[in-house]
Design a protein around this ligand. Structure first.
Ligand SMILES: [Zn+2]
Length: 253
């Protein structure tokens, strides 16, 4: 019994000690910068926090010029359908979120849609595994999509898409204030890029930031179509590149 009281007493003592130190620091700072300024400082800090929380939950907008660009794409690709591309954006981002959440490489390697993203995502996941970082995306809902840019060069066409999305986001970063952000959906924006290789002979491997990797050993391949990996020798099935494939994604919060 005596031990319990002694232990509780010690705990109380520590709490009181910390409170006294905090109060002492508060008074000291207040003396240095003045009482009114102290009040302002406290309210400014509160306002900044309120603003950060409002911004987190504020639906984002996207400035796309879909109507201007769409006819230009259709001129080059007669069967282009923006709604199909937008649903692909949603599908691909959800696959990416789930790969990051589960820190798994196998799903990415088998996902033909993520052909050009394999090495980037593998790097990201290995980095997360190495640093023990984890992320979680719950109840993902997309709002709007818009085409932001379209260009053609060196045998490939690129479309840039902006998308607004909301989800409950969580990670194991201790610096983030969890009490507010856990119960509020994050409203954010993503920019994705899609590439269509229409002329393989004009394609410049050195001028791209993405690569196709061997599904067996993960080495970058320097050819399209059928062939053998020059690192592990495994046979590579020909890939139909006459399609839009995601090459990058970026959160634009
Ligand atoms: Zn290989």
């Amino acid at each position: 019994m005596g031990f319990v009281f002694g232990f509780l007493g010690a705990c109380l003592g520590i709490v009181a000690g910390v409170a006294i130190i905090a109060w002492f620091i508060y008074m000291k700072v207040r003396r240095v910068i003045g009482k009114e300024e102290m009040k302002e400082l406290v309210s400014a800090a509160k306002q900044a926090k309120d603003f950060e929380q409002q911004e987190y939950a504020r639906p984002k907008s996207i400035g796309g010029i879909t109507n201007l660009i769409e006819p230009e794409i259709i001129r080059d690709f007669g069967d282009f359908n923006k709604d199909l591309l937008f649903s692909k954006v949603e599908r691909n981002l959800i696959s990416i979120f789930s790969a990051l959440e589960n820190k798994t490489l196998s799903n990415i390697r088998n996902d033909k849609d993520l052909l050009y993203m394999t090495s980037t995502l593998e790097e990201q996941i290995n980095d997360m595994r190495g640093t023990g970082r984890s992320v979680k995306y719950d109840d993902v809902k997309f709002h709007n999509h818009a085409i932001k840019a379209y260009n053609k060069s060196k045998g490939r066409a690129t479309i840039t898409v902006a998308s607004t999305v909301e989800y409950y986001y969580d990670n194991n970063d201790k610096k983030i204030n969890k009490t507010f952000f856990k119960d509020v959906k994050k409203q954010t924006r993503y920019t994705t890029k899609y590439v269509y290789v229409y002329d393989e002979s004009a394609f410049d491997y050195n001028a791209t930031t993405f690569s196709i990797t061997c599904p067996n050993c993960g080495a970058a391949l320097e050819f399209f179509g059928a062939g053998n990996c020059k690192y592990c020798g495994s046979y590579i099935e020909p890939i139909n590149l006459k399609n839009w494939f995601i090459v990058s994604y970026k959160e634009d919060y």
